[in-house]
Ligand binder design. Structure first.
Ligand code: K1U
Ligand code: ZN
Length: 170
């Protein structure tokens, strides 16, 4: 099912999400609803707090338009290693419609997580997957991409977002 995506500012986006005890049928349903919502947006990632669920669950699919989808489902993800090398990326966020800004993050990360079968997994991510998984794990810690910007840039984006939502609401 397609779920409503919370738009900033919203308290749930700033909360630290709770780990899940296990990946059971309820969490798999949440992961699938999050994938439906992400593909509809469209986006390349989505974290549970963005659909109002304060649980440590995220989904991603960085496959290009027209290629076969490659969904990734993660519960209780942890970054267990990050490279010293960093990389910049013009990030967007489905909770900050039409706002983009350059964020610099470690270029490579190793992530340990539970998959949709409740199996412990470990991946090494680089390029866009590294950027995306760090952006999604930030969401689970109540951190949004504008928190990595200067105060000036952050307030500019918050002001533009407020205006955008006012015109949309009108
Ligand atoms: O808010 C989110 O977590 C989704 C966000 C993920 C993300 C994008 C770019 C860098 C880091 C993390 C998005 O998917 S924003 C939309 C977007 O980037 C996109 C949309 C359609 C095609 C390709 C990218
Ligand atoms: Zn986001």
């Amino acid at each position: 099912a397609i779920l409503p995506i919370l738009v900033a500012p919203h308290p749930v986006l700033k909360k630290k999400a709770e780990p899940v005890a296990e990946v059971d049928a309820e969490i798999v349903k949440l992961m699938d609803d999050m994938l439906d919502t992400m593909y509809d947006a469209p986006g390349i990632g989505l974290a549970a707090p963005q659909v109002g669920v304060s649980k440590r669950v995220l989904v991603m699919d960085i496959a290009r338009e027209g290629d076969a989808p490659e969904p990734i489902r993660m519960a209780n993800p942890e970054i267990i290693w990050e490279s010293d090398e960093t990389a910049p990326y013009e990030e967007g966020c489905l909770s900050f419609p039409d706002q983009y800004a350059e964020v610099i993050r470690p270029a490579k990360v190793k992530v340990r997580y539970l998959n949709e079968k409740n199996e412990a997994c470990e991946i090494e991510a680089d390029e866009l997957l590294a950027t995306c998984v760090q952006h999604e794990i930030d969401h689970l810690d109540g951190v949004v991409f504008v928190d990595h910007l200067s105060t000036v840039k952050r307030s500019m984006i918050m002001r533009k977002l407020k205006k955008l939502m006012k015109t949309k609401a009108a």
